[in-house]
Design a protein around this ligand. Structure first.
Ligand code: ATP
Length: 527
């Protein structure tokens, strides 16, 4: 949720979302889903460059979380962090969602009051606004069916000393919500945005499609991990503390999808459930909270547009014991921030719930041979417990969006005024090779270099080649696509075996030896 911050927006965020979205469409990063049918609200497709950018971000996460967890750091227990991967299904047994609390009771969009802790049906809340205009004036909310509209109006007009008219809360623009006084609240601006609590997409499993066959598309990847906890422990040698990680699609029937891909109805998550003993949980929470922030910085989001925000105790879910969000200052949230990743200390809530609902009870507990009273032989007796869980839960699409916003740079002095300054690790195009002109033996040398680079670096992104148009136009196209390095074969290549290398960010060109290009690029890409 965006929240107001005191610092003014940096020049980096004084960016136009319309321009960013236009570039995304024009260069094939993001398209509206089903566009030729008019689009479908809350769904987005990634074009060729976007698909590769997204894959690179997912791969970076996988590499740093699963293959080389936390860059080989040691955690608070002094051991290196361990994680194992999982790939669970989108459709789970419906009882998974009963146990997790996702099915519980709510079928309508609801708004909460942060002050009174009351929850209201979104479509039941009406608002008195100043007659004629809503600008600057406070607004007075009431719930349909509590008192007559007239009595409410009198209260509202007395409280704010102005003539007021009634509208539905859903007619108030989100930007005006901070002016709304919630029912029975003292402070204004305490209503949360509407949330559809039973936000899960329903489907039917099997041919009969009766009510007994109802299933849901997962609203988070996390529960798939919890329900396989025992299988993972029984089949691998993992010992607590350890994490189970997975990436995958999640679906939420969001009431108001908006802000490009930020709030979509289909999106991808990258989650770890990190299991540890209760006595170490807060230390692990601090560890993950700090490292996740560093990770987002490492892929190019460093600076004042990124922050770590600790969730105030009163805003935590009832089972959560601590929570922090990594947040990015998107152009549409500025000067506030929007969540990229939530790191939550969930206690042992989920495993306990599944132990209860599945009937497995204590069988879902972990047996820890390193704990418990010492036996006469000096060995510990062992302890059976529900591990506590730290959950770093990141949004892949929000990560991509933050990277797109951060990378987008305008420089009117350049022939290509729009530049995407992607970190080389995530850039979808890693390099381009151009013959200066399409003759005199240059295309052949360029083709050979292109093939060499593709063989060496093609696993992590495209290596482009292009012989058409002026060289300036070709550089400009690569700047817009965020390609960090262009190598140009020219007349001197044929005589001196050197090429020019052009740096996207500075526009500067240097000459390097043809046979040093691969090594140069390896150094720059960290490959
Ligand atoms: P928000 O408060 O913005 O709705 P959340 O706190 O409900 O998010 P979580 O349940 O913690 O989100 O999900 C973990 C991550 O999944 C979020 O940090 C975000 O990056 C991503 N995410 C959640 N909902 C969406 C969505 N509708 N569209 C895109 N990404 C999402």
């Amino acid at each position: 949720m965006p929240d107001p911050a005191s610092n003014p927006p940096s020049p980096a965020t004084a960016k136009s979302m319309d321009e960013i979205m236009a570039l995304c469409k024009r260069r094939g990063f993001v398209f509206q889903a089903s566009e030729i049918y008019g689009g479908i609200n809350g769904f987005w497709d990634y074009g060729p460059l976007g698909a590769q950018l997204k894959k690179n971000l997912r791969d970076a996460w996988w590499q740093d979380v699963v293959m080389n967890p936390c860059w080989g750091r040691t955690g608070p227990s002094g051991e290196r962090v361990r994680t194992v991967p999982l790939d669970s299904t989108i459709i789970q047994h419906p009882r998974v969602w009963q146990a997790s609390g996702h099915i519980a009771g709510f079928n309508d969009p609801m708004v909460d009051c942060r002050e009174t802790k009351q929850r209201y049906r979104y479509d039941h809340v009406q608002v008195f606004t100043r007659q004629g205009t809503t600008s600057e004036a406070p607004m007075f909310a009431f719930v349909l069916g509590t008192e007559t509209e007239n009595r409410q109006r009198k209260k509202a007009e007395k409280k704010f000393d102005m003539k007021m008219e009634v509208v539905a809360l859903s007619d108030i623009a989100p930007a005006d919500w901070p002016k709304v006084l919630a029912p029975h609240a003292e402070a204004i601006g305490t209503l949360t945005e509407p949330k559809q609590f039973n936000l899960m997409f329903k489907t039917y499993v099997g041919a009969t499609a009766g009510e007994d066959d109802v299933a849901y598309l997962r609203p988070e990847t996390a529960q798939g991990i919890f329900v396989q906890f025992k299988n993972v422990v029984d089949t691998t040698r993992v010992k607590i503390p350890f994490g189970i990680a997975q990436t995958g699609k999640a679906f939420r029937n969001e009431v108001t999808p908006r802000n490009f891909t930020f709030r979509s109805r289909e999106f991808e998550q990258m989650e770890v459930e990190f299991f540890c003993h209760e006595s170490e949980a807060l230390d692990w929470f601090s560890f993950w909270r700090k490292w996740r922030m560093e990770w987002w910085e490492s892929i190019g989001l460093a600076g004042e547009n990124l922050r770590l925000y600790d969730t105030p105790q009163k805003d935590l879910a009832h089972y959560a014991k601590a929570g922090s969000d990594v947040e990015y200052r998107f152009p549409f949230t500025a000067p506030g921030f929007g969540e990229l990743e939530g790191i939550a200390y969930r206690g042992d809530f989920d495993l306990r719930q599944h132990a209860e609902h599945s009937g497995l009870k204590d069988n879902l507990k972990y047996f820890d041979m390193t704990r418990g009273e010492p036996l006469p032989n000096g060995q510990p007796k062992g302890e059976k417990y529900f591990p506590h869980v730290i959950e770093p839960s990141a949004g892949l699409d929000r990560g991509v969006l933050a990277i797109l916003c951060e990378a987008y740079t305008k420089d009117a002095s350049r022939p290509s005024p729009e530049i995407m300054r992607f970190h080389p690790r995530v850039a979808p195009i890693k390099a381009a090779v151009f013959p200066l002109v399409n003759k005199d033996g240059m295309p052949e040398v360029a083709d050979r270099l292109h093939a060499e680079l593709q063989g060496r670096f093609g696993r992590s992104g495209f290596i482009e080649t292009d012989a058409k148009q002026s060289i300036g136009k070709r550089y400009a196209r690569m700047d817009e696509a965020g390609c960090p390095y262009c190598f140009t074969v020219d007349g001197d290549t044929l005589t001196g075996q050197t090429v020019t290398v052009r740096d996207r960010d500075t526009g500067k060109q240097d000459r390097i030896a043809l046979d040093k290009v691969g090594g140069f690029l390896a150094g720059k890409l960290g490959a």
